[in-house]
Structures are given as C-alpha cells and as structure tokens.
Design a protein around this ligand. Structure first.
Ligand SMILES: Nc1ncnc2c1ncn2[C@@H]1O[C@H](COP(=O)(O)OP(=O)(O)O)[C@@H](O)[C@H]1O
Ligand SMILES: [Mg+2]
Length: 561
C-alpha cells in the first residue's frame, strides 16, 4: 500500500485539502496574520534593542530611550499573545476539520456500502479513519500557516532591511531565505521521502506479522513453531529499528545542515554589513539594525525547512482520503421511490457483470411468491451470492427486470426495499454488545416480547436463556463460546425480527454442524407459510426443504424440479 504511487501531485493534494477548509479558511487567515505578527513582534524585541544601540552610537533616531525600551518590552508581550492566538486558531481549525473529515468519510462509506467496500480492504479503511486523519492534523495545524508565515515575514523583513538599512543586506537575506526555505527542503525531501516510504513499509510489515502471529497463537503452540516465529519477529523488529535510525539520522542531518546554513548566512550578513560600513555606504548604527533584523528573521524559514519529513506522509494520507471522498458509489440509494408490501418476486432476463464484458449472470429468470422456499444451487463462484446481492440492489443490474409486486427494483424506495427483503449470509457478525442489542439492530424499536418471539422462531431463545445474563449477556464476554451454529441462529432471529417478507439465505448452514443445520432448516420450514425464502446452498441435505430448485451454471439459470 505504501509503495503505491500517489494519484495526485503534491500541489494538487495541498490545493484540494485547502479547499476542504471551506468556511474555516477565515480562521486560517487569522492564524497566518497572528503568526506573522507574532514573528514580527519577536523580531521587534531585538530590532528595538538594536535601535537603542544605534541611538547610543549617535544615529539620528527621534525616539526616546524610554520609548524604545517600552516598545521592545511591548513586542515581547505581544509575541506571547500572538503566538498563543496563532496556535489556538490553528488547532481549532485542525480539530474542527478532523471532525468534519471523519463525518465526510463516514458519509462516503455509507453511500459506498456495501458494494464498493467488498473490494476495498477493510484494513485500509480502518487506517484511514484512524491514522490518515490524524496525519492531516499536521497539515492543517502545522503546515499551511508556517509556509504562509515564512513568506509574509520574510518579505516584511526584506522591505524593512532594504528601506531602513541597506538593500545589499536585504539581498543577502533573500538568498538565505531561498536557500533554507526552498532549496534545502527540496533536496532533503527526496531523501526523506525515500526513507519515509521504507520506514512505513517495514512498520506495516512488522505490525501485520505480529498481529497475525497473535491471532494464530494457538496453531503456533500446537506446531511448536514458537521459536521460529519469535526469531522472525525479532528480525523484523531489527529491520524496523534500522529504518527508524536511518530516518532519524537523515532528518537530524537535514536539521543540523539547516542550522549550519543559518550561521553561515548570519556570518555573510555580518561581513557584508561590515564591508558596507567600511566603504562608507552605511552608518554603523543602521548596519547594526539591519544585521540584527536579518539575524532574528530566520525562524519562519527554519520552520518551513523542517516540514518535508512530515509532508510526504501528509500527502500520502491526503491522497487516500481524497480518493475515498471522490469514489463513485456502485449504486445510489433511492430516496422517495415507490413502496410495496411483498407478495411476489419476478426476475426476467436479468444480466450482470462486475466488470464490463465479463458477465457473471446472463438472462436470469426466476420467480417466488409467499409460502415458497426456493432453492438455488450451483458451483462455487457461479454467481449465487451475486444474484442475492442484486435482489437487494447492493449492485446495479446491467439489464433485465427484478420486480417486486410488479415494480422494478430501480424504482423502489431503498429503505422500503430493505424493510421487505433481508439476507442471512454464511457468517453472522455479532457486535461487541449485549445479545439484545445485537438482535435489536434488525428492529430498533422492537419490544422485548418481539425479540424473544423472533428468537423462539429461530430456536435460539432457550439457548440464550442458559447464558449467564440471558439477553443482557455481553457477546464479548462469551469470547469463542458461541458456536457458528448459534451465531447463525441469532442471524436468523434478526431476519425474523426485521419483519422482512422475503428472506434471502446465502449458504446459512455451510459453517454449521448437522444438528444446528437441522434446527435452522426446521425453523425456516415453519416460517415458510408466511414468507418467501430464497435459499442458496450447495448441500443436498439443505435443498431437501426447497419447494422448487434453480440451478445456476455458466451464468445461466435453469429450474430443476
Ligand atoms: N465484488 C466483486 N467484484 C468483482 N468480482 C466479484 C465480486 N464478487 C464476486 N465476484 C466474482 O463473481 C463471480 C461470482 O461470485 P459469487 O456470486 O460470490 O459466487 P457464488 O456465491 O456462487 O460462489 C466470481 O467469479 C467472483 O470472483
Ligand atoms: Mg457465495
């Protein structure tokens, strides 16, 4: 992932991220103004000091000593206040924006759900919500304003030195600023970027291996593989340490090089100042004022030269976040479409492929009505799950019709569709909450009685009652103690509780022992009078309860009995 090239250029990423600021741009402006004035105030302390010295050296300065000292002290106090305001606005923006960004990402995920997310790695999405967004904090709080501030303060100092002291000194300062603030960052960013990418790759590899080892610890112990694993963890840890050292080494070298350059330019400024005095082109007093102004003005460009190490990470994070925000959903929810109360399903000539020119399903025809259990069989990968997802409009069909009570699925209100049709898949995910809360997601306002009824229908009520806290038992506390079959029965209870009249079952018993399968099938059979059930399975035993069976092969469907 980290080796992937960015889709956008650095400039484009910066511009897009700044555009995301929206109405917070004003506060950013405030941060920049406060920051710039803050630096100017900091310089004011030394410059007014220098003015005092210049006056003592006999320069014609009209300000009184008292006034000059007052100004210097005032600048000092102002510096503190302005710095505070700058940091405050920066962080205000950054954290407000992170909240906005998180919201946007969740919004994007909700629209992309569930189709697009199947193909996206869950890990990268988690990384995005956690670390990528945190990285952007650096951008908003510590990148934009330093660059603007360096620009503004440098120009202000150049003008001040030029007009008050000498344009020669201003020229030396300009060369210094460009070297430290532009050339050095450009050179060092190349190297830092390379080592940053390597570091992240090592970091990711170490983390993945370590987590994987913890997950598989049981099998490691069973196979006496502990020593080998440990050796490998150590090896990767050492690699990571090596990369960390290299990166720190590089960034330390870059920053000490910057410091060296600053000293060098201070020396050059001083030399030029002395020469100017020597050739009578500048008085001693104003030379001191000019030189001191230049001395004290490198802070903002030093801050900029320290950026590139962070910036590459920021760009990578920004790129990923922007990619997700720009992602087009496979399907958009229909907000005020037609509503129906499920009676029957009629599929005609339905064709679909995930990629163009690679059809998965072709001219599928199938029907179902209340009171029927329809079986769907076919080899793994033939498109059974795909068909069920199309019936839920998780993906947009390419052609043909999927009609509920005669209304095509593309005209049906999305919420209404999900109120009528639900799915239980191979595995049921249970959240780390109580059993009751886990069931309630199917119908948030369900009464306890409704929940218990659904569980009775799914033959899981008695089991739940044996748990230490019954329906209030925390799933997390049970650990691995819920079997796959019990989880599936909870999934089935959810489907019953939701009140959906058409229940799609995608190999609901494939991970389940035969006792649990028997229980689940019996539960389904008892429900069939009131509902339609579409049951996908490749097991003969499962298909025994089906009234009719369709078989999918090579993208085509045929009815079997
Ligand atoms: N999200 C997806 N993107 C691209 N191809 C997919 C996706 N999901 C499934 N496929 C492909 O579509 C075909 C049918 O898959 P699927 O419907 O899951 O089969 P089944 O459920 O019958 O085992 C397979 O070749 C599979 O690789
Ligand atoms: Mg499948």
């Amino acid at each position: 992932m980290s080796k992937k090239k960015l889709r956008r250029s650095g400039i484009k990423i910066m511009a897009s991220l700044i555009l995301l600021l929206g109405s917070l741009a004003y506060i950013m402006l405030l941060a920049v103004i406060n920051g710039s004035l803050g630096f100017v105030a900091a310089m004011g302390v030394t410059i007014f000091g220098a003015l005092g010295v210049a006056k003592a050296l006999g320069e014609s300065i009209t300000l009184s000593y008292g006034f000059i000292i007052g100004l210097a002290v005032g600048c000092g106090l102002l510096r503190g206040l302005l710095r505070y305001l700058e940091q405050y606005s920066n962080h205000y923006i950054a954290f407000r924006l992170l909240a906005v960004l998180r919201d946007k990402i969740f919004g994007a995920l909700r629209i992309l759900c569930p189709a697009k997310l199947e193909s996206k790695q869950k890990g990268s999405i988690i990384a995005m919500i956690t670390s990528d967004i945190e990285t952007l904090e650096v951008f908003y709080a510590h990148t934009i304003s330093p660059i603007c501030i360096a620009f503004i303060v440098s120009i202000a100092v150049l003008l001040f030195v030029g007009f008050v002291s000498s344009w020669y000194l201003a020229l030396v300062a300009l060369v210094g600023y460009l070297t430290i603030g532009v050339i050095v960052p450009l050179i060092s960013s190349g190297r830092l970027k390379e080592s940053g990418v390597k570091y992240r790759a090592e970091f990711a590899s170490f983390n993945a291996y370590f987590l994987d080892s913890i997950k598989g610890i049981k099998d490691i112990v069973l196979n006496h593989a502990g020593e080998e694993r440990k050796a490998e963890v150590n090896r990767r840890s050492n690699e990571l340490l090596k990369e960390t050292k290299r990166m720190k080494h590089l960034s330390t070298r870059a920053s000490s090089f910057t410091e060296l350059l600053v000293s060098l330019f201070i020396l050059i400024t001083l030399t030029v100042g002395i020469l100017l005095v020597h050739f009578d082109m500048l008085s001693v007093g104003f030379m001191i004022v000019g030189v001191v102004a230049v001395f004290s003005s490198f802070g903002p460009v030093i801050a900029v030269s320290a950026l590139p190490g962070n910036l590459t990470q920021t760009f990578a994070s920004g790129d990923r976040v922007l990619n997700l925000l720009a992602e087009q959903p496979a399907i958009r929810p229909i907000q005020s479409g037609k509503k129906f109360d499920y009676e029957n399903l009629e599929v005609n000539d339905l064709s679909f492929g995930y990629e163009k020119d690679a059809p998965v399903l072709q001219n599928i025809c199938l029907n179902a009505k209340k009171g029927e259990i329809i079986g769907i069989v076919g080899e793994s990968g033939c498109g059974k799950s795909t068909l069920l997802k199309l019936l839920l409009r998780f993906w947009q069909k390419d052609s043909g019709r999927i009609e509920y009570n005669g209304i095509d699925i593309d005209e049906v209100d999305s919420d209404n569709l999900l109120a009528n049709v639900t799915m239980v898949s191979q595995t049921t995910y249970l959240f780390d909450e109580t059993i009751e809360e886990n069931l309630r997601i199917a119908k948030p306002d369900a009464t306890m009685k409704e929940i218990e009824n659904a569980c009775r229908l799914a033959s899981i009520h008695d089991f739940i009652m044996t748990l230490p806290d019954g329906y209030q038992t925390e799933v997390g506390a049970l650990g691995d103690n819920l079997s796959a079959g019990e989880k599936q029965r909870i999934g089935l209870a959810r489907a019953f509780l939701s009140g959906a009249e058409l229940i799609l079952l995608d190999e609901p018993t494939s991970n389940v022992d035969s006792i649990n399968e028997g229980i689940i099938l019996k539960a389904l059979k008892e429900q069939k009078r009131k509902k339609s059930i579409l049951l996908v399975s490749h097991r003969e035993s499962t298909m025994a309860i089906a009234d009719r069976i369709y078989k999918i092969k090579d993208g085509k469907i045929t009815e079997e009995k």
